[in-house]
Design a protein around this ligand. Sequence first.
Ligand code: PLP
Length: 372
Amino acid sequence: MKSAIYLDYNATSPIRDEVIEAVTAAMQAVGNPSSVHSAGRDARARVEEARAQLAAFVNARPRDVVFTSGGTEASNTVIRGCGAKTILLSAIEHECGFAAAKEAGVPVEVIPVDANGSVRLDALETLLTKAEKPALVSIMYANNEMGILQDLKAVVKVAKAHDALVHTDAVQAAGRVPLDFKELGVDYMTLSAHKIGGPQGVGAVVLGPTVPLKALVSGGGQELSRRSGTENVAGITGYGVAAMEAMVALGDMNHIAALRDKLEADIRAHANDVIIVGSKGDRVANTSCLIMPGVKGETQVMHFDLNRICISSGSACSSGKVKVSHVLTAMGFAPEEAECSIRVSLGYRTTEEDIDRFVDAWKSIYNRTRAR
Ligand code: PLP
C-alpha cells in the first residue's frame, strides 16, 4: 500500500518532534502556575518562558501576550472585548471572526475584496467615515483558503486616520511570513499553535500596551485577568517551542514556494481550464487553491483520499449541507466555480515526491472527467 501524503497544513500541521518532547516533559512535571511552592514556580517558569518565545516570534512585549485555547477564542476575545461601537470585517475572514462580531451586539459592516482577494481600501475608507466610533477593523493577514496576504500597513494607515482599532487574524500568516507586531502597527493579533507545528487547543492574543481588552473568560484572574482559567502548561510550553522552530523554518519558505509553484506549473501545463485562485497576488508560499471546473471539491477530496492524499475542499459541510466558500464568492467566483475548488497546503515535511504524486492523482481525475 502507498504511504499517506499530508497536504493539509492549513487545517492543522504535524506536531514537530521537539514540541512533543517539550510537551511530554511538561506533562511529566506537576504544578499549577498559581501555586507558590517549588512545583508551582516550575510550572510558572515554563509558561513565562513560552510567553517570551511567543513575544520574540512576533516582536511584541511578553506581557502583551495572552494565552488562549486557540485562534477561535483569541478572535472572540478581541472582537467582543475591545469595546468597539462598530465592527468592520473583511468579506473573507475566518468563520470565527464573523461569529464573534455577531455576538458583539453592535453594528457589523463587511468590507469587500477585489477579484484578487485584496481588501478594498476605498470601501474601508467610506465605511469608516460613516461608522460610530470607536470602530474595530478586523482583517486577516493571510487567508486560510487561498493564501492571499493583505497590505496591513495600508489598512492601518486608513484605520488610524479614523481613530479605529485594528485587529488581524494572523493564524495562517504565522510561520509562513515573518511577523512583526510593532512594525505592522496593528492593535490586536490572533495566533494559533496548531498551524505551526504546535499542539491543538492553544493560541494567543497579542495586544498593544494601552488598548482595551475585556476578558471573555473570567474567574481566577490568570493572564493578568485577561483570560482566566488554569493555564494549559503543557500546551503553552509546546507552543513556545513550536514558535522558535517556526522562526528558523521561515528560511525554508523559498523551497516550499518552489514546490508549490512546481505543482501549479505541472497542472497548468496539463489542463488549460484549471483556475489557480489568487495566483496574481501576494500569497503565502505554502497554499494553492485550485478550481477544476465541473468537478465538485468533495468529489476531488474523496478521489485524493482513495489515493491516500489528504487535502481540503474549498466548501465546508455544515448541518449536512455543503456550503459554498464565502471567500471565493467574495472574490467574484460563481457558486458553480467555487464549489469545484480544493485547497492544497504544504509544510515542513512536504517533499518533491509528494508533489509528483499529488499531480498524478490530479491529472487522473481530470482526465477521467474530461473523457466522458
Ligand atoms: N483563523 C484562521 C485564519 C484559521 O485558519 C483558523 C483555523 O482554521 C482559526 C482562525 C481558528 O483557530 P483554532 O483552530 O486555533 O481555533
